[in-house]
Ligand binder design. Structure first.
Ligand SMILES: Nc1ncnc2c1ncn2[C@@H]1O[C@H](COP(=O)(O)OP(=O)(O)OP(=O)(O)O)[C@@H](O)[C@H]1O
Length: 584
């Protein structure tokens, strides 16, 4: 319950429509409870000689009050349910923008399915509380107050008889709600498994085809789907039985009223009109009484959902803007001088395992540096520290002589063009993918794609740069995807360009042309590149060899060959592989 206090600011934001909604709840209940009085009076008039116009007058008042109650109820829904939609909209926006601020380390340990489920199922549970939950709670309160008041005025004893089954009704709805919730939770989990299976299968459809696993995957899906179907049928059966029992209980609760009321009429303490009025009140109270149990469930569900959302909302990003560096004039890119000073690093998920150890090097603006090393030696980790995707555990990194922790994230990320190892393109046009995140200026899309040697390929597409890409750029070749990602990084005219194995799917001739273009068009840009190919790194000004998270050696291609250590071994190995493949 305490969790729901987190919704206070949202409720406060819409306080006027909520207050108006509550006023309408009071009004609808007032009119609804006032109406049966005229019905009772009309019936009593009929028990003796009467004038037709008197009856019509009472019936007219009954209809008027019932209509006013209906209009107010319409306004209640408009005000409270619509407000719940507004709050849901705001919460969704806040949730999504909070996710955008969270650090890479958070996404290392939290699955995307989990985050999507919190942003959909949990938010729906909260909306149920804000709309129907709040509306029925207030409605029940005022309906009980007004109706019981009117009933007491007629007969306190009959009121007691009428309300006898109420606690049992509420309690049984609550208990049944708990088991329905348990069943619905299982269905939700099942649905999440089906979604995951379908999503994974469609993304990996090529692997499924290549390994001839279509039938196996289909039967896996059918089994899950069958389970989902069975659980839904079971839920439907429980719900249907429950509704039948509720309706019967409500009808049965009228028996003591009619019995005791009949005795009252016989001994002259009550009229038939009073009993008619009572019957209407009892029927009118049945849903509010039932809804006490139902609303209790909604509140509990929403409190649990809000708790899960709070876990995300309370997660603070590890990488934050320095407070003093957020003004617009500091957002210009810096010069490409880069230095690592005794940098060590362990991933937050495995703090005891150092992945980088005491890394120090300096790169002058315009220098081309290659990082090489065996797989898993820490190359990607090292370059991920430059745009502050993670912060070093110890030591510091500087750009243009300034500690990157003291720079605004906007400046760092404008200074750096980063092409990660696993490239990602959005389902948008090629132009928009290359233009991603740019705010004008820099190198234009066409020029960037020329340098990345992508331009001619794109010109051959019927829609050119306006070609729509499928999910993750599926309609491009591996090499085209890599070059599109390079063009995207060049678009900003970065002072430091980081290429993490970004040319592995490009042939060596195209790769050489891309480097030529970079040297000619961006001579002052510092390039930090990771590659397994000696042909790519041999022309760099400096090559840093990583071994088991530490710098094993560094120098030019020639110097490292003379050293005769890791790099020379790698060189010999690749020469040998080339010779063997030339012979075969
Ligand atoms: N997000 C992560 N969380 C925890 N450990 C990680 C994470 N990413 C990488 N590692 C670990 O850090 C070490 C270095 O990985 P890294 O990706 O930097 O190697 P690499 O030299 O770039 O390898 P490759 O040449 O295969 O790309 C590996 O042992 C890897 O298991």
């Amino acid at each position: 319950m305490k969790n729901l206090l987190a919704l206070r600011p949202y409720l406060f934001r819409y306080r006027k429509s909520l207050a108006a909604g509550i006023a309408c709840v009071i009004a609808t209940n007032f009119f609804a409870v006032a109406a049966p009085r005229y019905l009772g009076e009309a019936i009593d008039l009929m028990g003796k000689p009467f004038e037709m116009h008197e009856i019509l007058h009472k019936i007219g008042l009954y209809i008027l009050f019932a209509a006013l109650s209906g209009i107010m109820l319409y306004l209640v829904r408009q005000l409270i349910i619509v407000t719940s939609r507004h709050i849901e909209f705001d919460l969704k926006n806040d949730y999504y923008s909070h996710l955008q601020t969270l650090s890479t380390s958070f996404y290392d340990t939290t699955g995307s399915g989990e985050l999507i489920s919190r942003g959909t199922n949990d938010l729906n549970a909260i909306r149920d509380f804000l709309g129907p939950g709040i509306m029925y709670s207030i409605n029940t309160l005022f309906r009980l107050l007004f109706a019981i008041g009117a009933m007491l005025a007629i007969s306190p004893l009959l009121t007691l008889f009428a309300l006898l089954p109420a606690p049992f009704l509420s309690w049984s709805v609550y208990k049944r709600g708990v088991s329905l919730r348990f069943q619905s939770k299982k269905i939700q989990e099942n649905y999440a498994s089906i979604t995951n299976l379908v999503q994974e299968n469609i993304s990996g459809i090529r692997v499924v085809r290549n390994y001839n696993r279509e039938e196996w995957e289909t039967s896996r899906f059918e089994a899950l789907n069958q389970d989902y179907y069975d659980k839904n049928l079971r839920l439907g059966r429980i719900q249907a039985g429950f509704m039948a029992v509720l309706t019967a209980l409500t009808a049965l609760s009228l028996i003591p009223v009619i019995w005791a009321g009949g005795l009252g009429v016989m001994n002259g303490t009550m009229t038939i009109g009073d009993i008619a009025q009572f019957v209407v009140y009892v029927t009118m109270l049945s849903w509010p009484i039932i809804s006490i149990g139902w609303v209790t469930n909604i509140i509990q569900k929403a409190a649990a959902a809000q708790g899960r959302l709070d876990e995300i909302f309370n997660t603070k990003p590890d990488i934050v803007e320095p407070a003093s560096r957020q003004t617009s004039e500091t957002k210009k890119p810096l010069k490409g001088e880069l230095a690592f000073e005794h940098v060590s690093f362990a991933y937050p998920s495995q703090p005891e395992r150092e992945v980088l150890r005491d890394i120090s090097f300096t790169v002058e603006p315009g220098t081309k540096v290659a990082i090489v090393g065996a797989t898993g030696s820490g190359k990607s980790t090292l370059v991920n520290l430059i745009p502050r995707l993670y912060d070093p555990t110890s030591g510091r990194i500087t750009i243009a002589g300034q500690d990157i922790k003291s720079l605004s994230l906007g400046v760092i990320r404008r200074t750096i063009g980063f092409v990660p190892q696993s490239n990602f393109l959005f389902s948008d046009t090629i132009r928009n993918n290359i233009d991603f995140g740019s705010n004008g200026g820099g190198i234009d899309v066409i020029e960037a794609s020329r340098i990345a040697m992508l331009h001619d390929d794109v010109e051959d597409f019927p829609d050119g740069f306006d070609t729509m890409l499928g999910e993750k750029g599926i309609n491009l070749s591996g090499g085209q995807k890599q070059r599109a990602c390079i063009a995207r990084a060049l678009r900003w005219h970065p002072s430091i360009l980081v290429l993490d194995d970004a040319l592995s799917a490009v042939d060596t001739a195209t790769e050489a042309s891309i480097f030529d273009g970079l040297l000619k068009k961006l001579p002052e840009t510092t390039i930090v590149l990771i590659s397994h190919r000696i042909s790519t790194v041999r022309n760099c000004d400096r090559i840093i060899v990583l071994h088991d998270g530490a710098i094993a050696e560094s120098g030019t291609h020639e110097e490292l060959l003379q050293n005769g250590r890791y790099y020379a071994d790698l060189y010999m190995q690749q020469m040998l592989e080339e010779e063997i493949s030339a012979l075969s």
